[in-house]
Structures are given as C-alpha cells and as structure tokens.
Design a protein around this ligand. Sequence first.
Ligand code: CTP
Ligand code: CA
Length: 225
Amino acid sequence: TAKFFRNNILKGKKVLVTAGPTYEPIDPVRFIGNHSSGKMGFAIAEELYMQGADVTLVTGPTYETLVYKGIVRRNVTSAQNMYDACHEYFADTDIAVMSAAVADYTPETIATEKVKKKEDSWALGLTKTKDILFSLGLIKQPHQFIAGFALETNNEKENALGKLRNKNADCIVLNSLNDNSAGFGFDTNKITILHKSGEEINFELKSKKEVAKDIVSFIISKIYG
Ligand code: CTP
Ligand code: CA
C-alpha cells in the first residue's frame, strides 16, 4: 500500500460532505433517479481528508469508491434518508459541502407491491422533498461554514445567487452544464464560486480532482482568512 501524508491545516475540523444522486422509490422495483455520478463529492471528501479534516461522506447510490479508509462513509438512498443523516451530523460539523444531486420530488405514495402495467399512460403523483441545504442554513451557527452547489443551464449566475441567499449558504459552487464536457458523467468540471460577500471566482475547465482542490482551498481561505 502506498504511503500518503495528510496536511494538518484542517486538523480537528469536522466536515460533512453529501454526494451522488438520491433514488426515490415508486414500488419495490422502480425508482426516480438522476445522472449524478458522485465523482465531484467523493473528490471533495478526499481532498478535505488530505488537508487533515475528519470527514463524513453521506452519499446516495454510486459506483464510486473511497481511496482513504479514514473517511466515514454513510450510504443513503432517498432524499429523506439523506436529510435524516445530515441532521444527525450537522450539530457536530464545522464545514458542510452539499454536492449531492438531491431529488426535488418524490412519489406521494410508495406501492408495497410491484405496480402492474395496465393503461396506456400512468400519471405519477409527486410531492416536493425537503431541501437539506435550506434546512441546515436555517440552523447554521456563526462558526459553521456551508458550501452549496447550483446546477444550472440558463440564467446561471442569477439563479445561483438566489440559492446563495435563500439557503443562507456561505458560498455556492456554480456548475455550468453549458460546457459540453463538464458535469454529469464527465471527469471534468467548470465552476464559478460565488461567496456571500459578493466575491466571484471563475475557474477553467479542469479534472474533478483539481476542481475539488480549488473548492477546498477556497473554503480554507475563507475559514482562516
Ligand atoms: N439541495 C438540497 N436538498 C434538496 C435539493 C437541493 O440540499 N432537496 C441542495 C443541493 O445539494 C445543492 C443546492 O441545494 O447544494 C442546490 O441544488 P439545485 O438542484 O441546484 O437547486 P434547487 O434549490 O433544488 O432548485 P432547482 O433544482 O429548481 O434549480
Ligand atoms: Ca434541484
């Protein structure tokens, strides 16, 4: 096994990272999901760990694996599961990075048996999920730092700034899907970080590992700056 050395800049800091999609069950065999791979969140968790933090990673279903065994991995399935896990850890968290692609809607009811095909169409009733980032923003203490994400295809900056304000985040990582080699399924990403102070930093298209380094360096600069 390869030797690795962790920095200690984040030593003693407790970090919560969310990653991946959520799966919203329809019946015992079906769900509503999304294309999130979990790559970005896993890369952030590993970078935070390498900077010395105690990291808990709450992740939806993904094929990603962690390189470092010291990270606590908590697997969840639905948006409600992820909400519950995050609230379990948040009081004891210094930094939260919410990179999961949480489902916005979930089936109103979960059928206990497999739904049989009958009619030519099937209208599924959906209800809004709880917004995890918003709920943490409501209870955030002054010493806590929360980074949110925003996935946008249009009116990007305006929408991301709205999320920064409405969810009481300290910064928002804007993920632009306009670049056709960034985001879901790709190993690269192009981000802009918007801080609550009005500061805005635009980054080049980079590997998700490099993007994770940029995000973590930014957070470190704000926490100790
Ligand atoms: N988020 C969350 N819980 C939800 C939905 C979103 O915690 N139920 C978080 C995401 O993890 C991300 C941020 O909120 O950090 C923004 O997610 P995004 O999907 O871009 O925005 P929404 O507020 O869900 O709005 P919309 O999807 O309509 O753009
Ligand atoms: Ca959403």
